[in-house]
Ligand binder design. Structure first.
Ligand code: SAM
Length: 276
């Protein structure tokens, strides 16, 4: 019933996991009945859950591409990376620059098992089982130091992870830690649940708390304050579909800017840079 990873953590199919619920919302295959049950509650109470998951993923993909094509940064730390899905960070990055190196970090043992099977297809990726709330452990992990040269700029990806860190766990302190331990010219991508101050997001937050004991939908101001001391790049922290949309496949290309659905306002994305 319980599967043990080679690092001694157990995969428990009787308890829902954030990574597997997210995989279910993205239409993946790595989930159990308990995860689908929670995913279905989200789909019912927050009908835009699937749209939010896809909008987030698409913004992450664009951000990786922007970093690789627009800067010299060739190394990524993907915090709370999730289960492998389509267009994982190293696939997008290496499509543009094959020398890119990516360290995936997650607490979920299933991510470790599937990640190691599916992501470590080349010597330039690693999957680290660690808690983002302990950034020192992540940074000094042998797999991290083997792949990442901290004398050179790094892209630190906080994609849909900081909303799983409660206020009393100091999410801003986690970002600050990385800011203080990477060189100038490093990039920080953040996507985050944005509070619509409506009953749906309050209800979703309650479901996350009841199920996982964590989960925080933050306001624009709260999200921006997580990036304190960093230079937030254009177009700022905006609903994920509005973050540097692709000209060619944007649904509103050539037709003026389309209205976003109410749900698409509930996930924001932004890219920041550590100035010299
Ligand atoms: N980053 C991916 C993306 O944006 O598509 C996946 C996001 S998924 C919503 C959140 C992931 O964060 C899950 O895989 C979960 O296991 C992981 N996670 C949650 N809390 C964590 C923590 N404290 N440390 C490391 N990973 C965590």
């Amino acid at each position: 019933m319980f599967a043990m990873t080679d690092e001694g953590s157990t995969i428990d199919p009787t308890k829902p996991s954030i990574a597997r619920v997210y995989d279910y919302l993205l239409g993946g295959k790595d989930h159990y009945a308990v995860d689908r049950e929670i995913g279905d509650i989200f789909k019912r109470d927050l009908p835009g859950s699937v749209a939010i998951a896809f909008a987030n993923r698409a913004a992450l993909t664009r951000a990786v591409r922007e970093i690789v094509t627009g800067t010299d940064v060739r190394q990524f730390i993907d915090l709370g990376s999730g289960l492998p899905t389509a267009d994982n960070v190293h696939q997008v990055a290496q499509r543009h620059a094959p020398q890119c190196r990516v360290v995936y970090v997650d607490t979920d043992p299933q991510v470790l098992v599937h990640g190691r099977a599916l992501l470590e297809q080349n010597e330039r990726t690693r999957v680290v089982l660690a808690d983002v709330r302990n950034p020192e452990q992540v940074r000094t992990h042998p797999d991290t130091t083997e792949l990442i040269d901290f004398d050179r700029p790094v892209a630190v990806m906080f994609s849909a992870i900081l909303h799983h860190v409660n206020d009393d766990e100091d999410p801003a302190g986690i970002v600050r830690y990385w800011r203080d331990h990477v060189p100038a010219g490093s990039y920080f991508f953040v996507s985050h649940f944005r509070s619509g101050d409506n009953p749906e997001t309050r209800q979703a937050e309650a479901v996350l708390h009841k199920t996982f004991g964590r989960g925080r939908w933050r306001t624009d101001e709260e999200i921006a304050s997580l990036l304190d001391g960093l230079e937030i790049l254009d177009p700022g922290i905006v609903p994920a579909p509005r973050w540097r949309p692709d000209a060619v496949d944007s649904p509103w290309a050539g037709k003026g800017e389309r209205e976003l659905t109410v749900w698409e306002h509930l996930i924001v994305a932004g890219l920041a840079r550590k100035a010299a």
